[in-house]
Design a protein around this ligand. Structure first.
Ligand SMILES: NC(=O)c1ccc[n+]([C@@H]2O[C@H](COP(=O)([O-])OP(=O)(O)OC[C@H]3O[C@@H](n4cnc5c(N)ncnc54)[C@H](OP(=O)(O)O)[C@@H]3O)[C@@H](O)[C@H]2O)c1
Length: 246
């Protein structure tokens, strides 16, 4: 387990979506260890009990709620140094069996939400040294499978190009934009899989192990840190060897 703070984030402000989930919670813990103030958001109750945490209920597909969360962040902290968008959901099943409504739910949750948080965070982020990390998936590189469905693979792939787009557009402001793309990670998102599916998935991983939420958080904090000051538009591959970058 990674425990050493990768950055000194004292006095910095992070806005985290998906802070009720496995990877988002690990990000919040690591940010607090590094000295940051954190706006921690989720639909369920956010578990942190720390005076440096502003807990907000947030449905990331709802533009009015996203705008309001940013307004509350501005009122409390004035600005955002790190925008970490971890909220996401899987779909399931073959393409020919997928309803349009379910397609939209997955695409809205994974992709449209990123547009909304980026758009409404921009006025608070727009300063040299600010950093954004979105969350992709190995499914966005290798096409995924019926286990997560076509809307998941497609939306995660699109996030990579949204990252590249914003990286270029926001570079003159000094704002860096990167994405982390995990393979299977040991979080509640994988609870839906049967034992056989777990075994099949692990056997496809050259390293033979799932990543941990803490490893994903460490990659995220690295991308936010000064060590990554020359990195923008990067897709960080945390797939246990499943995906080979070309
Ligand atoms: N676990 C994996 O194997 C894996 C692999 C590759 C990529 N990822 C990506 O990693 C990110 C984090 O996933 P995780 O593994 O930590 O899964 P998780 O434990 O299931 O957490 C998912 C998080 O997304 C939030 N969320 C989902 N829909 C939302 C909505 N409409 N509005 C607001 N929040 C919403 C959930 O909030 P509530 O529970 O409060 O609703 C929860 O905090 C996701 O983007 C996921 O696609 C995960």
């Amino acid at each position: 387990m990674v425990t050493t703070p990768l950055i000194d984030a004292t006095g910095r402000v992070a806005f985290v979506t998906g802070a009720t989930g496995g990877i988002g919670q690990a990000c919040v813990k690591m940010l607090l260890d590094a000295g940051a103030h954190v706006v921690a958001t989720g639909r369920r109750s956010v578990p942190f009990d720390d005076p440096r945490v502003l807990k907000l209920a947030l449905e990331v597909t709802d533009e009015a709620q996203v705008a309001d969360a940013m307004a509350q962040t501005k009122a409390k902290f004035g600005a955002i140094d790190f925008l970490i968008h971890m909220a996401g959901m899987v779909g399931k099943g073959r393409l020919d069996q997928l309803d349009l409504k379910d397609w939209h739910t997955v695409v809205d949750t994974n992709l449209t939400s990123a547009f909304l948080v980026l758009k409404h965070a921009y006025p608070l982020l727009r300063k040299p040294g600010a950093s954004v990390v979105l969350c992709g998936s190995s499914n966005g590189a290798n096409g995924g499978s019926y286990l997560s469905g076509p809307a998941y693979a497609s939306s995660k792939s699109a996030l990579v190009n949204l990252t590249r787009y914003c990286a270029k557009e926001w570079a003159p402001d000094g704002v860096r934009v990167n994405i982390i793309s995990p393979g299977p990670v040991d979080t509640p998102m994988l609870d839906r899989l049967s034992n056989d599916q777990h075994e099949g998935l692990k056997s496809a991983l050259p390293l033979g192990r799932y990543a941990t939420a803490e490893e994903c958080a460490a990659g995220t904090l690295f991308l936010c840190s000064a060590h990554a000051a020359s990195m923008t538009g990067t897709n960080m591959n945390v797939s246990s060897g499943l995906v080979h970058d070309r």
